[in-house]
Design a protein around this ligand. Sequence first.
Ligand code: F6R
Length: 612
Amino acid sequence: MCGIVGYTGTKQAYPIVIKGLKRLEYRGYDSAGVALQQNGKVKLYKKQGQVADLEENIGTQNVEGTTGIGHTRWATHGEPSDRNSHPHLSASGKIAMIHNGIIENYAQLKSELHRKGYTFNSDTDTEVLLNFIEEIKIQNDCSLEEALRIALKRVTGAYVILLIDDENPDTIIAARKGSPLVIGVGKNEHFLGSDASPMLEYTKEVVYVNDYELAIVKPDELILKNIGNEKITPYIQKLDIELAAIEKGGYDHFMLKEIFEQPQTIFDSMRGRLDAKAGTITMSGVQQYSEQLIKANRIIIVACGTSWHAGLVAEYIFEEICRVNVEVECASDYRYRNPVINKGHVIIVISKSGETADTIVAIENAKEKGAIILGVVNVVGSSIARLSHAGAYTHAGHEIGVASTKAFTAQLVVLTLIALKVAYMKGSISNERYKKLLAELEAIPEKAAWILNRHESIKKIAEKYKNARDFLYLGRGYNFAIALEGALKLKEISYIHAEGYPAAEMKHGPIALVDDELPVVFVATKDAYHEKIVSNISEIKARKGMVISVITEGDEAITEISDDVISIPEADEIVAPMLTVIPLQLLSYYIGVAKNLDVDKPRNLAKSVTVE
Ligand code: F6R
């Protein structure tokens, strides 16, 4: 969702801000804009479309200035258009603002401003808040910083705001609540961003701004304050991401690069934790809450989208080896319910970005009720990581393709490790099975590489089915969630309608869809349900459906009755989802590419869903 960038220092701001916006393109957006301080005045440039369209539109205009802010907008209030793009200018023309988030009470603030004679140039909540701040500044004859502080006390919703104005040269004023803000610290310069990617090539020292904090940022000074105007000492952290991690590295798309990184990222997610020979799993966060996890008679997993699918796989694993009741909840729905959560209940929260607004609110609510929150999060230092009592990072590295791939397999690894550790501590798994599963886990990176080496055959299948109007994805047991994930990936990347369903449930409705034009993808590896899924495939073939099966290598029975097969190496059913998902990621990718679509930035989607 919206991306923000800021720079104040001794260099030219425009190229840094534009480059930063390009680094944030992966978040998803529909328009872009920049505001610069030029000779004591703020100047705006904005355009619907891509950052490249903005650059083209600016052309040879004067973009000099050493302080600037930039924005990529993902429309919430008002359609994507030039006039709704950020930055916005206040009524006096003296203050420019960019905003990521939603001002929930903007309608009320807008009618107050209407009564005072304000008119608006856009349909956005951002312009309302900006004029509200300016009105407070005029009425109280105070500084912009003070006016912002007063205004924020009246505002409900989520925001990261950056302001520059005519009266505070070389200064960016920022505030955050519920949306991420990182400040990079350089020599006589500061960088601001929705994440660290816009500043990576300039500095590795960053400050993560917390909710309800304001920052007054000048080239040689960073002042952090809370909303009560008390100064806070900035806590500078060192980033451990390299620039190469956010570049394509020779691949056509970030999505493909990230799919191919999985043997490494899966290994990274186990590194230092799994020692199959010694039979140990080291996870300090889990160890810290071992008593609660062993005693828990109910575990609730909360997540959205692909992370929710990882939760669904984990449900089956925990149930099987830890013998505990597990509920998996979509955070976007769960947050509005009145769930039964009591002190000491264990909630596992899964999030790649660590910034998903729905997930944040869901766990904040649970935390208030006394739940213990264990985070399975990819982005170090993110809001969800900080809100969690303990947890385990997934270590998948920076994921830029909007459709989540390597983050998902890393989530599966970490959740499996947690389940195995709990099962071992609890004594709910036999020693022999425990040891076998550790060895199975250890072998996953190599098996993932085996699948990736056969990507050409998946490309051919993609070519064959790329014009289908609908797809059905079916799986049983552990692979049911993979059917859901396969269908989600296809929808996201190719805009083909796809449904994931439990294979056994098919006969209760979806089978009516089957005809000779419907490709049905079966996730049908050798597991406890194998015979049953063979019957399900036959049922589809009897109705002339086209069957693509993901099978265990050498499975003659399914090969014979399928139109196309994609093999994976033999693997225990508990770890198989880490492998079966990979061909489905590739299938979506190749179909998207064959249809000439922008697979890294699919329409309407955002990488980090920071609004409700
Ligand atoms: C799909 C995808 C989304 C995210 C969802 C949750 O490819 O990426 O469905 O999984 O928006 O995001 P996180 O995991 O960042 O909380």
